[in-house]
Write a protein that binds this ligand. Structure first.
Ligand SMILES: [Zn+2]
Length: 82
């Protein structure tokens, strides 16, 4: 199994001042990512692992975004009730 990777764009690297994340598996610095779970994974580890082995940070981020949107909606509703 292989983990599909995306390469951090030069633009994003510059934005973060060239900060490079460590691979989830071997801890070596890498510019490659698995997009859906938001995990840094290097080119060497990607073919040796599968997506199911990664913690899904992307899921947490997505859930958090939904929660924030809900809270914002509740705040708006409270303002209307007032
Ligand atoms: Zn690695």
């Amino acid at each position: 199994m292989t983990i599909p990777l995306i390469k951090e764009s030069e633009e994003v690297s510059k934005q973060f001042h060239g900060l490079i994340e460590s691979c989830h598996f071997c801890n070596k610095p890498t510019k490659y990512w698995h997009e859906n779970t938001n995990n840094p994974v290097c080119e060497k580890c990607a073919p040796l692992h599968k997506v199911a082995e990664l913690p899904d940070y992307g899921k947490k981020i997505r859930a958090n975004k939904r929660k924030k949107a809900k809270e914002a909606a509740a705040t708006m509703q409270a303002a209307w009730d007032f």
